[in-house]
Design a protein around this ligand. Structure first.
Ligand SMILES: [Zn+2]
Length: 202
């Protein structure tokens, strides 16, 4: 197999200048996958680790676009299964009480100018020149940043958990491109979701 052009991204490998994965002591679980014939469509990466493992912002400045606690997620019953639902149940993933399945979640905005050159080039290739990236951390156990905060490179943002539409401790990492640098609702950017390999290596 030749590894040229965007091939490394279709393999989910990231490139040499990509950001490191935002959780250090983790193992790979599940790739970004849009194939409806696969087990299920998956809009991000899943990285598993112990509950409480620290999660970090990318190694460039970022802003907290969204920091949202899941109102239905309690310490004793953090996720769908604990409430008697199957993972993926529509009553979880369609519910704002569950943060639409994301559990406790943070969304960080990284300005285009701060992205790795490879990510900037990939956005241009997708006709998204100049777009910023919104990076979503889902199923968190705790959140240590507030919406609107300007973060330093690599700042700790909270811990990995098992909240929301989750059946085991893991980080669901999602990446979306958007042209508004001041977005505070992540619904609009969903149409530009893409593999985290655009900007992260694993
Ligand atoms: Zn996931």
């Amino acid at each position: 197999m030749r590894l040229t052009g965007g091939d490394f991204q279709s393999l989910g490998l990231g490139s040499a200048d990509s950001f490191p994965a935002p959780v250090v002591n983790s193992w790979w679980v599940r790739d970004y996958n849009l194939d409806p014939n696969f087990t299920f469509v998956h809009y991000g990466w899943d990285l598993a680790a112990a509950v409480g493992e620290p999660l970090f912002a990318p190694p460039v400045p970022s802003r907290v676009a969204v920091a949202s606690l899941c109102r239905a997620c309690t310490p004793a019953k953090p996720n769908a299964q604990a409430h008697g639902f199957k993972t993926g149940d529509s009553s979880i993933v369609n519910s704002p009480e569950w943060n639409y399945g994301y559990g406790h979640m943070v969304g960080l905005r990284v300005l285009h100018q701060d992205l790795p050159a490879s990510a900037q080039a990939e956005l241009a290739r997708r006709n998204l020149t100049g777009y910023h990236l919104y990076i979503i951390y889902a199923h968190m156990n705790s959140i240590e940043v507030q919406a609107g905060a300007e973060l330093q490179a690599g700042q700790r943002i909270g811990t990995l958990g098992n909240t929301g539409n989750s059946e085991g401790p893991h980080l669901h990492l999602e990446v979306r491109a958007w042209n508004n640098p001041n977005e505070t609702s992540l619904g609009a950017s969903f149409k530009n979701h893409m593999t985290p390999a655009v900007v992260f290596r694993r």
